[in-house]
Design a protein around this ligand. Sequence first.
Ligand SMILES: C[S@@+](CC[C@H](N)C(=O)[O-])C[C@H]1O[C@@H](n2cnc3c(N)ncnc32)[C@H](O)[C@@H]1O
Length: 266
Amino acid sequence: MDAPPAPWIRAVQGDARDLPGVAPSSVHLVVTSPPYPMIPQWDESFRRWGATTYEAMHARLAEAWAACHVALVPGGLLAVNIGDALRSGSEGFRLWPNHVEVARACESAGFRPLPYLLWKKPTNRPNAFLGSGFLPPNAYVTADCEFILLFRRGGLRTFPRRDANRERSRFTKGERDRWFSQVWEDIRGVRQGRKGDRTGAFPPEIPRRLIRMFSVVGDTVLDPFAGTGTTLWEAHALGRNSVGVEIDRERAATLVSESRRRTVGG
Ligand SMILES: C[S@@+](CC[C@H](N)C(=O)[O-])C[C@H]1O[C@@H](n2cnc3c(N)ncnc32)[C@H](O)[C@@H]1O
């Protein structure tokens, strides 16, 4: 087998709803984690996006999911890491089920929903719970799982028999057994900095697994909410091309220079 060409990385400053420079049907896999509605860390992001209510926040995200649908090739996959929010509103303490809204919006955008993953973060405080004492009924279940929702544009991708890049992308039986079971319990979250410099980065193992599970060497992977570029760097290391879109100017500039450093050595 000839060696595959060196993968490229492209980072752009822009809005996930527009996906600047990303041609229709040019992406094989989207791996992303958007700002989470109703989580205070992301209030300012949504306010700048003109959204201050839960419904408006999901309406903006819905436009980004529709843009991803256009960007994907038929058979391409979308993986969205999202957590629900717990926050008091006018009616008091409640759950804001972000994963439900994202699933609905993606289906409306034309995606086919697939079985999803639950990322249960290992914790140092296994007994922490919201409530007090041991008397029912007013305590809350600990929300310690995030969702990795999976969708496909249309039917299955097809490949020529013994396609070289697909063969190169094979996973082992052990990997398959661990990765394709619905609950991932062995991945720690990234320690977040102080308020103000929190990035919401996901651990590299999340995009690494998803890229190995749902793309082949030589494919193009998109992250429309690229942040610190975790998806891009993992895609590159795994022989996939990658495109990142990030609205924050400073973060986008860092992504551009880091992409250059990784692809042309400086
Ligand atoms: C949860 S973080 C993504 C973190 C990323 N997965 C990582 O590992 O660094 C969401 C990112 O989306 C960016 N963002 C917010 N609104 C956006 C928009 N309209 N278009 C593109 N990016 C946006 C934020 O600036 C933030 O960097």
